[in-house]
Write a protein that binds this ligand. Sequence first.
Ligand code: GCU
Length: 608
Amino acid sequence: MNSEQDKSSGIAAYLQLNDRQSLSLDGQWGFYADNMGAFGLKRSRNIFEGLNPVEEDRAVEYDVDAFEQISVPGDWNTQKKEWLLFEGFGWYARRLKFNQRELEELKGLGRIFLRLDGVNYATEVWWNGEKVGEVELPFLPLSFEIEPDACQAENLLVIRVDARRLPHRIPSEKYDWFNYGGLIRSVRLVSTPHEFIAHAGYHGTRILSQQSGEASVNGTYALQFQGIANGTDYEARITLPELSYTQTVSLTGDELNVALEGIDVQLWQPGKARLYAAEIELVKNGTVVDKITQRIGFKEVTWRDAELFVNGDPIYLKGIALHEERLGEEGGKPRGLEDVRALIDLAQETGCNYLRLAHYPYGEEWLRECDERGLLVWDEIPVYWEITYADARTEEIIYNSAVRMVELSRGHPCILCHAMANETWELPERKRVMGRAFDAIKKLDPSIPATAAFNAPYRDNAYDVESVGHSIYEFVDIVGLNEYGGWYNPPVKELPDARIVVGNKPLLITEFGAAGPVGADYNAEKLWNCESQKRIYEEQLALFERTEKLSGWTPWALKDFRSTLRANGFQRGWNRKGLVSQSGEKKPVFETVKAAFAKAEAALANRG
Ligand code: GCU
């Protein structure tokens, strides 16, 4: 998608950040919680005009300079008690003053984009009273072009975030996590030249030969440009300085896949990250008009029958599933990199080798962290439970979410697989709409397996996803099974012959576990305490250990997380299945998982 097409389809463009110069707009903004959506209807209520009731001496019903203060990035729910369950329209207002030098810096390259790293849920943007865009696309980067002439010494930026849960959205109205609304990730102004590299993603590593981590590989650099003038000579130049590698290719349009062939590299391995600097230049009539740098890695995922391989070696996936919710009594979206690192540090204490970033796309800083740490990543769009596939708006959000998530993530070596659904119900148009999304991501990133997490009812002593007949089962390369023996399904002790059926595709346990409220009376034989949580894990892990060809397993979840579905006395608005409490207090089951991961690692090493 490019900006012209994006404008026509009403979706904000994807502008990759890279190392571009940008002006951060993170910090304090004015905020108004508008549960009626009444503003913006007629002149006296158009917040985006920033009128002042006293100066105008008229019935102006708002005053952006009298709004309450709120921090960006961050959900609004955990910033003021009154806003905890607010799910309406959040109006954000920020007056931006630029001196002459700042204006020249902002305008100097030629184009200016307002870039939002992620919003929940829908977004509308006004700059100095003029609408610059609107989009219904949650949790993914959005960019809106600002005309340089519209940038003055004093400016008013107004953003309306619509966080309502609506049937046509993904997720729809009911889901087991908290609806944290607002500008949940960073906001900035990015300057680019008239013609520029909109995004570049190295992916598709294929190993030609390898010897203990050194390999000769093929790969693809997917490039997209904006502002390319017809009839002008452009070239794209890719340089990997450490490998003394340069390739220059003529441009024939605003998209280009550059084949990298027979490069000798050190592979990016789980647990042993290896990144290389990459420089991408756009050359016009022999002059470099744009240049970005990235850090890329060479890693291959392959699958054959029910076996999964990374860089040609069989892999046993020891996962941690989590929500993008920071540690602490209040929860809330991460407010910065330190919140993200605290969660990943905690996950890595278990000895995991992959993270299931459930159930929606996370901020790109998670992917950069996992690239650096050698952690594999399952990323996921929020097609969850009950979805109105037959609604054209739903179809568009699903398609755009799938494409945007893969455009964002495919350039990161940490990516293990792309997930398109979680426990979705068989509803009208599910197969057609999801087939389009799976098809789109396989075209964008054919070397990464597509997946989904499924339920499988316990039937005839078995959990057998294939036998359920999910209409989207044919689209997945890897099968995720959310299997709750001992919790939603009968206790394993009543199922001595229980088995998990692995068909002809790799199968991974993507969720299992039980609630373990910290402080509840210990009783291994009754639910709703940490002792029985631990016992259920032990029974489940024994079942996984005796399941031939299983590709791995993933406890649900790293930490207790907010969910209004969880309303009994043990939970009070929090899902208590975490390995740790919402503040990070480890439960006994944390050590159980850590020991089981170590045992699985040793078993794999013995398999040789
Ligand atoms: C489901 C679902 C999760 C949910 C979990 C639970 O499998 O995928 O989002 O939180 O079960 O019941 O705790």
